[in-house]
Design a protein. Sequence first.
Length: 101
Amino acid sequence: MVSFTDRAAMPTHVLVRFLDRESVLLNIETEQYFGLDETGTRMWQLLTGSPSIDDAYRELLAEFDVEPELLRTNLTDLLGQLVENGLLQVLPADVGKTAAL
């Protein structure tokens, strides 16, 4: 299960192309692609650009007129599909960060 304290990252084997407000993600290892509509693309952008999944969730709540629980469900479903297809990876929030000395 995904924790919203984790963060999402795009694997190096994934290519993304934006077409207007939509996008196509391609896993070059499996040659599978995934199309995202405008809302899915915005979710992707915030997930991969935020320090945590929760930060992306909160920004989406501010941008869209949606019930919080529905957004949480939709975001979790999208994350699951992207991870399952090797198009996104979920990492602990502190992975890849250097500790303060």
